[in-house]
Design a protein around this ligand. Sequence first.
Ligand SMILES: Cc1cc2nc3c(=O)[nH]c(=O)nc-3n(C[C@H](O)[C@H](O)[C@H](O)COP(=O)(O)O)c2cc1C
Length: 339
Amino acid sequence: MMESLQTDPAGTGMRSEASGEEGRSPRAETPGTDEPHTGWRHGTVVAGVRWKNPVGTASGTFNLAACGRYYDVSAMGAISTKGVSPVPWEGNPTPRTAETPCGTVNAVGLQNPGVEHYLIDELPKLKALGATVVTNVAGHSDDDYAQVVARLADSPADMLEINVSCPNVSHGGMSVGTDPLALFRLIGRLRSISDKPMVVKLSPNVTDIVEIAKACVDAGADALSLINTLVGMRLDINTGKPILANNTGGVSGPCILPIALSFVWRVRQALPNIPIIGIGGISKGEDALEFLYAGANAVEVGAASLLDPVAPLRVAHELESLLDSRPQLAEKLEKGMAW
Ligand SMILES: Cc1cc2nc3c(=O)[nH]c(=O)nc-3n(C[C@H](O)[C@H](O)[C@H](O)COP(=O)(O)O)c2cc1C
């Protein structure tokens, strides 16, 4: 996959080859300097945090060791990391992914090396590269989330993104992200632990997204990101059994784009002022632009980067050109406002 990217005379941020160590190879993205990529014409502001451009990576689809070999990660608007839990999690048994006609279904199960490892490894590396870091927080219970947020409170992470679509074992096994009262209590508790800009990442597997979004804002969330994956599955027609060891998983990719747009649009209609990061099926600049017109202040690119590792940066460049001819929208984003 992408074995031979060539040099970067145009300052795109793409790596000249796929062999740089975790993004530490010389930065060629701003011609004539060794500074991180700063040449973007259109930035955005999300909950007071400036993004160099409105495009970030979506959690779980970015890994510094892998992606840093293909492009300068500091050129992204922001990097949302893999979900970080209080202790290392092994994730689900394999198979964990299956194809769909227009996307993927995964049940990775939040595999990660835990917050202590994150604090001494990935986070300092990302900050040393000049990346704007959104640390995605995972938990199986309110105490799990609280522990991670407390450990990150004095860290150099720029923002926290609380992933509330995991089973919440301390609340009768229900997913905290689908229960407005449980969510209000959790976000209120996390708010009291940390002053960091806090984004809550919402699950689309709910009946009334506006009720859920309002519970987060009332509890003190600074921004919302939506959507996470939709529950889905594939079956093997030779065995008659589910392909994923977990039976069901989360659907992502181009097939969820119209659904994600409607979620963003509905939340924006109900909550005109809350910053929104739009996620779901974005694979080109036009998709990102559609989210901005639906009311997002920024977007994140997920599954597209599993097919094309430089997709997030390509989308950022495509959006940049589209914003050149839309000065009104570009000006609003620059001021932290949505369309
Ligand atoms: C393999 C994989 C792993 C993911 N892991 C996480 C995660 O750790 N935390 C999280 O909040 N979202 C996670 N997601 C959800 C994505 O961040 C994103 O919300 C979703 O895939 C929809 O965007 P997309 O269609 O652009 O992929 C994951 C998605 C995929 C495909």
